[in-house]
Design a protein around this ligand. Sequence first.
Ligand SMILES: Nc1ncnc2c1ncn2[C@@H]1O[C@H](COP(=O)(O)OP(=O)(O)OP(=O)(O)O)[C@@H](O)[C@H]1O
Ligand SMILES: O=C(O)C1=C[C@@H](O)[C@@H](O)[C@H](O)C1
Ligand SMILES: [Mg+2]
Length: 166
Amino acid sequence: MNEKIYLTGFMGSGKTTVGQALGKAIGYQVIDTDQWIEQTYRTSISTIFEEKGEDYFRSLETEALRNLLNKRAIITTGGGIVVREENRQIMKQSGKVVFLDCEIEEVIRRTSMDHSRPLLKQKNKEQISAMFKERLPFYREADIQIDTTGKSILNLVEELKSLMLK
Ligand SMILES: Nc1ncnc2c1ncn2[C@@H]1O[C@H](COP(=O)(O)OP(=O)(O)OP(=O)(O)O)[C@@H](O)[C@H]1O
Ligand SMILES: O=C(O)C1=C[C@@H](O)[C@@H](O)[C@H](O)C1
Ligand SMILES: [Mg+2]
């Protein structure tokens, strides 16, 4: 098994949720870059976006990845971490990158009750879909890709375990 596993994918694809379950199943520590940033800076992601903007948040994601480099862990990333080339390079060079794919209708269903994602606020389906399409080539640079649409967390953990043992 790889020393470090990065879970990437769009908002609501299940990185945080699946990562926690996978960590329990294979006995790995799980660290979430969004939570690392919120805990390190003692503030919320929404506040960072409001006060400092998206570019600044992306630089905090780079800082998180650099700080977590020496950990044997599953790193569950923020949905936009792949937007920065530097972030993609760090992940590629230091571990196995997994892309959790998900149909946009299901992304919207899964995230509709949770208003903590600034980039989903006041966006309609077409706009969310356009953001996803723009990022898709970056997500596809991953070593492993799985579709999470309609699959249970347990099922996804089993699928990931078998793919990672290959
Ligand atoms: N396979 C799944 N089936 C059903 N619901 C799911 C599945 N995966 C995740 N969810 C639910 O979708 C919501 C979003 O999941 P989660 O927070 O893990 O996404 P994320 O990829 O980490 O998003 P973000 O990029 O915003 O951090 C949660 O309520 C979670 O319980
Ligand atoms: O897709 C994105 O750009 C984001 C996803 C979340 O995980 C957070 O990192 C933040 O809300 C931005
Ligand atoms: Mg998450």
